[in-house]
Design a binder for this molecule. Structure first.
Ligand code: ADP
Ligand code: ZN
Ligand code: MG
Length: 474
């Protein structure tokens, strides 16, 4: 029997407000434990929450960017449970009236497109963090994160493969970064994912029993954990067993998911409306003004690059995934660079160096002007495409412009035919065996001869002239 997987994701994203959701404490990451706290966020009795309107604005903005309905009325609820990182004994969250209703995100994977529905987006406060020290003999609580605004984006069970789940998360991250509501930093936990997954016989309508894998903070883990979990569930069914509804944890070291608690042990959160907070009415004119300030989103930018610049869709998707990359690219196009050539350099050498240095495009010394000037030097024949790679790296490392690098390093292309001819003759003279083999039909030896000439000239010989001369002489 063939099985199909059904996946729904719940994504938590920390909002980029300067202060916490119900008090004026800073949300800065990485400070000394418990230095960003006050009576409200450490849950002192009698301390009252005051809503941070920026947090609501950011969730509404996200909802609009993800095609969600924005109901006129929303309210907050207490989600009750006991845990040391939750000083009030309840988390202020939303239950029956979230800020955003149904919406969707479009994803593409290996050239095919799918629309993944969203169930809702709601706003809540983050909890603190338990830190276990002394080999687990002592546990400490850091409440700097308690009260940081968090939005939860819940997808419909529309995702079918681990690859689609990762594509969904990537697109979601790209949108929240583009509109500036979340930094998407998964290592620091600003974006985390709970994955719900079940399997069912292909063709069956009814959903299978799901398990939920908690708190993954990388695309790769989400993909791996889902892959493992789908196999586990199918194996269970094939062996005549049944899948039980439970919460599982991804064990990175062992590469497996492990049971954390079953449905019977699940919490009853006893949600009820928070009496300390007023319901929120979203004024349609406010929503309209938020909508007006939404940056051009990755999808529409991607379509525009295909239509306006003739970029292949795969190129356009990669360039537009990161707003700063797309801005940089457009500046370079405005300076006269050929879009496809620019795209090749951005996705190739530049992406490689930025990745190695763990940097964003705006943080490096290389500017759009540098790259466009270098492309002119290639076009004019001053440098070869191969030498350009050296020039590019030097510009990237030093911030010097292309002409300066070429001059300082003596990289000007040799296009003087007589000079190159001498070197070609020399190379042919030194390799009589290869010449004989070439004439005997081994034409792929051209590459060998070109390589020898390039070696002699340190890569500076004009490849077109080299090839022409070789063809003539061989
Ligand atoms: P719960 O009550 O366990 O929180 P919800 O109905 O709120 O479950 O759904 C939580 C997430 O699980 C959503 O993203 C939803 O799309 C997904 N989901 C629900 N049922 C299934 C299922 N049978 N298989 C896979 N995912 C599911
Ligand atoms: Zn506080
Ligand atoms: Mg739920």
């Amino acid at each position: 029997m063939q099985y199909e997987a059904v996946i729904g994701l719940e994504i938590h994203a920390q909002l980029l407000t300067d202060t916490k959701i119900f008090c004026g404490c800073s949300t800065k990451f990485g400070s000394e434990p418990n230095t960003q706290t006050c009576p409200v966020c450490i849950g002192m009795p009698g301390a009252l929450p005051v809503m941070n309107s920026k947090a609501i604005e950011y969730v509404v903005k996200t909802g609009l960017a993800m095609n969600c309905e924005i109901p006129g009325l929303s309210r907050f609820a207490r989600k009750n449970y006991f845990y040391p990182d939750l000083p009030k004994g309840y988390q202020i969250s939303q239950f029956d009236l979230p800020l955003c209703g149904r919406g969707y995100i479009d994803i593409s994977l290996n050239g095919s497109h799918r629309r993944i529905g969203l169930t809702r987006i709601h706003l809540e406060e983050d909890a603190g963090k338990n830190i276990h020290v002394d080999q687990g003999n002592e546990s400490c609580v850091d409440l700097n994160r308690a009260g940081v605004p968090l939005m939860e984006i819940v997808s419909e069970p529309d995702i079918r493969t681990p690859g689609e789940a990762a594509a969904f998360m990537k697109k979601l991250r790209s949108i929240v970064r583009c509109i500036g509501v979340c930094d998407g930093n998964m290592e620091q936990g600003s974006l985390r994912c709970d994955a719900n997954v079940s399997v069912r016989p292909e063709g069956q309508e009814e959903l299978g029993v799901k398990s939920e894998i908690k708190n993954m903070n990388s695309f790769r883990f989400v993909e791996k954990a889902l892959d493992y979990e789908i196999r586990r569930q199918i194996r269970t069914l094939q062996e005549g067993g049944r899948v039980i509804q439970e919460t599982r944890l991804w064990n990175t070291e062992r590469g497996i998911t492990e049971s954390m608690r079953s449905k019977e042990e699940a919490h009853d959160y006893r949600y009820f409306p928070d009496p300390d907070l007023m319901p929120v009415e979203i004024d349609p004119s406010w929503a309209a003004s938020i909508r007006e300030h939404i940056e051009e989103l990755p999808d529409s930018r991607c379509r525009r690059y295909v239509a306006e610049f003739g970029l292949p869709e795969q190129d356009a998707e990669l360039i537009t995934a990161e707003k700063s990359t797309a801005d940089w690219f457009e500046q370079a196009v405005a300076l006269g660079g050929d879009p496809k050539t620019l795209s090749n350099w951005i996705r190739g050498d530049l992406a490689k160096y930025l990745n190695e240095d763990n940097m964003q495009i705006g943080e490096c010394a290389l500017t759009p002007r540098h790259l466009v000037d270098m492309l002119v030097l290639i076009k004019e024949g001053t440098i070869s495409g191969k030498i350009a790679k050296t020039v590019f790296e030097e510009m990237y490392r030093t911030g010097k412009d292309a002409a300066t690098v070429v001059k300082e390093k003596g990289l000007v292309q040799i296009s003087d035919e007589a000079g190159i001819e001498k070197i070609v003759d020399e190379v042919l003279r030194k390799s009589p065996d290869e010449v004989a083999r070439f004439r005997g039909g081994e034409t792929k030896l051209t590459g060998f001869f070109v390589g020898q000439v390039m070696k002699e000239t340190k890569g500076r010989a004009n490849p077109k002239i080299v090839n022409e001369l070789l063809r003539k002489k061989l």
